[in-house]
Design a protein around this ligand. Structure first.
Ligand code: GAL
Length: 696
């Protein structure tokens, strides 16, 4: 089996691109894992400022009972820690940190910069973000400072610096948690100050207005700019704003937020260069951040994941998110920084997790590379916006099912310490490029039914159903460690990406591209010649016209499959038709094609094939590439994931259905009972972990 050695530049020596306005940032000294950790870290956000000291003592005793080893504190404590500008009072946090340390619980210390205090907003009303429609967002909640506000950056860096200076030698402190979920709940700010910062970013990206005018295609609709100060943030206009302008603003925003992170990180590193610094990502769910870029700047990748309660496939989305997070981490272990023990409180219907689900979600995350499992939050709030959110310790206290499951999970995680550092070898990669997603999601695309996320999930689900391990990759990455690369929604592909994919296939790889891939370059412009631009040669075809389908239209293909959403007028130019439309607007044209190219092959899927047909096609490609897969199981079936250390394969078996499932082809030692097994039953809603030694 080929193992994937990450080749993305994620190290201290990483080459930092020069076109993003942060070229001069210092290369971080990457720390390894959380220091002093000798088991899978277990715990959650802890917000003790909500209670008095007697509750802290009870909490800490309960943490010990449950095996909690790491808590995130201080994330929203700015107003307490700096009650007036420049005046600090660390007394409550000092006491909490000391008590935690005495109990052997380590601290992931938050910088509280997602919730500036009321005095800050009074002094700096200009730091409030302005929406695209011109609405100013007021304080009274959290997460709402404009990333381009210099007053905010100064205040945030100052409190981070003060905290780091104060706690530099504290024995409980093992990890820094900068801010909270950058990009949520708002990321873009369209204030005048943001327009100015955006202009400066554009000047460093394009140097001249001629270059910008050419890149944005401003000749169309008379949008040519003659002076830099004529350019604003792309506010709501009468009709569609130039998409290249919007795309650059999305890039600018991700970078502006990253500058905020870097400023805090560097302030912290001056005091505690030996401690890792992270921030909590929302890997597949943050619409505004380029996490490939951000991953180079954190010491350890950390992620928050909340189930979409009403989706029957929410455990598949969890697996996708975990694989994506591991990929952002370059294959290294990552921290599940937040998830929930039960219901959240911000979805339309906050459905409780079923018995056993808390452990399944946690262990599947470990199976997919997490070496830390934390929840939001330790004790449920009694007041405030999140009092109906589940917690490790619910309002009902220790007599609850949730608390019992939390305690049991602590024991289970303690029993699989030796999985730490293990890898998840994958021979298949799915391309993930947020710039492409940003571009595809802009207005006036050929069909409202086009959805980048929908296509990624469709492809991923069929691999998940067949227990195929998957990494995600950026289209610029060295793909040579993979046998199969899937491009389910690669609308934007620059010249380098297209050349990379051609090289991958030429060298023997298998590429599967979906419809609406390779359509525009990095400026959202269509390159010369027919679609699909840089993919024409490798796919061996051209597309003369897009033929989107009506809502609900389901043309059939000659292999019995059906399509939906999309079809094209495909003209073969070397490729062979694998399946041809029988009816619909593309009747008689190829719907699925295969092109032998170099030592490999490139496949094109011009429609949203029904799930079984898409799965069947992927099986065929995997077989051609020699990548093993299992017979497809139901979405509510048994998930099987393997994580490897030097001497052991850990087989994680998570049963998402209600009925018991017998697994015949696994043998080793049951990690929870210590008993030798040769075949086993995974109870309905249950999870088992089997250690299988690797023969030396
Ligand atoms: C996260 C956030 C936490 C908490 C949680 C509730 O997005 O970081 O502070 O609000 O959601 O689900």
């Amino acid at each position: 089996m080929t193992t994937h050695a990450p080749t993305r530049p994620t190290d201290a020596t990483a080459e930092v691109s020069t076109d993003d306005g942060i070229a001069a940032t210092i290369a971080p000294e990457r720390s390894g894992w959380i220091p002093g950790t000798n088991r899978i870290a277990f715990g959650g956000d802890y917000n003790p400022e909500q209670w008095d000291r007697s509750v802290w003592l009870e909490d800490i005793a309960l943490m010990k009972d449950a095996g909690v080893s790491l808590v995130s504190v201080g994330i929203f404590s700015w107003a307490l820690l700096e009650p007036r500008e420049g005046e600090y009072d660390f007394s409550f946090l000092d006491e909490v940190m000391d008590l935690l340390h005495d109990a052997g619980v380590s601290v992931d210390l938050g910088t509280p910069t997602a919730a500036p205090p009321a005095w800050f907003w009074k002094a700096h009303p200009e730091a409030r973000p302005v929406t695209r429609d011109g609405l100013t967002l007021w304080h009274g909640s959290r997460g709402m400072a404009s990333p381009s506000s210099s007053a905010y950056r100064t205040a945030a860096t100052r409190i981070a610096d003060a905290l780091a200076a104060h706690y530099a030698g504290h024995p409980a402190l093992v990890l820094w948690h900068v801010h909270n979920e950058y990009g949520a709940p708002v990321s873009e700010c369209y204030s005048d100050a943001s327009s100015g910062a955006f202009r400066r970013w554009l000047q460093s990206r394009y140097s001249t207005l001629d270059a910008l005018n050419a890149a944005w295609g401003t000749a169309f609709w008379g949008q040519r700019y003659g002076e830099w100060d004529e350019i604003d943030a792309p506010r709501t206009s009468a009709s569609v704003v130039n998409p290249a302008h919007r795309l650059d603003f999305a890039r600018y925003t991700s970078n502006a937020l990253l500058e905020c992170f870097i400023a805090e990180r560097d302030a912290i590193k001056r005091h505690t260069p030996h401690l890792p610094v992270t921030t909590n990502f929302m890997s597949s769910n943050c619409p505004s951040i380029d996490y490939w870029r951000w991953s180079r700047e954190v010491d350890i990748v950390a992620n928050d994941y909340y189930l979409v309660a009403e989706r029957a496939d929410n455990h598949v989305l969890l697996a996708l998110d975990a694989d994506l997070t591991r990929s952002f981490a370059g294959g290294r272990p990552w921290i599940l920084m937040e998830h929930s023990t039960g219901a959240v409180n911000w979805q339309p219907r906050n459905i409780a997790k079923r018995p056993g689900e808390l452990a399944r979600n946690s262990l599947v995350s470990v199976a997919r590379g997490a070496d830390a499992v934390l929840f939001f939050q330790f004790r449920a709030s009694r007041s405030g916006a999140e009092k109906f959110h589940s917690a490790m310790l619910p309002h009902g206290g220790t007599a609850t099912r949730i608390w019992r499951e939390v305690e049991a999970l602590g024991v289970t995680l303690g029993g699989i310490t030796d999985v730490m550092g293990g890898t998840v070898p994958a021979r298949v990669a799915i391309l993930w490029d947020i710039e492409s997603f940003w571009a595809q999601d802009l207005e006036w695309r050929p069909s409202v039914d086009l959805g980048h996320r929908e296509r990624v999930v469709a492809f991923y689900t069929e691999l998940w159903r067949r227990d195929v391990a998957v990494d995600f990759a950026h289209p610029h990455d060295d793909l040579s460690a993979y046998d199969v690369v899937l491009a389910p929604a690669s609308y934007l592909l620059d010249v380098a990406s297209a050349a990379n994919l051609r090289g991958f296939v030429e060298g023997g790889g298998r590429l599967v591209a979906s419809y609406f891939s390779g359509i525009v370059d990095e400026h959202d412009s269509v390159p010369d010649g027919p679609y699909p631009g840089g993919l024409r040669e490798v796919l061996g075809l051209r597309i003369d016209e897009f033929l989107p389908l009506h809502a609900g239209e389901r043309p059939t293909l000659d292999d019995g499959s059906t399509g939906s959403v999309w079809s094209d007028d495909v003209v073969l130019d070397g490729a062979q038709a694998v399946a041809t439309f029988r009816d619909g607007p593309a009747a008689g044209r190829a719907g699925v094609t295969r092109n032998a190219y170099g030592k490999g092959s490139a496949w094109y899927v011009s429609t949203a094939l029904d799930a079984d047909a898409l799965g069947g096609l992927l099986e065929r490609v995997l077989e051609e590439a020699g990548v093993p897969s299992r017979p497809a199981h139901a979405v509510a079936g048994l998930e099987r994931v393997e994580r490897r250390t030097a001497d052991t394969v850990f087989v994680f078996l998570a049963n998402h259905g209600d009925a018991d499932v017998t697994v015949d082809d696994v043998s080793g030692v049951d990690a929870m009972t210590g008993e030798a097994v040769s075949g086993l039953v995974v109870p309905g809603a249950g999870v088992r972990v089997v250690r299988t030694p690797i023969a030396s």
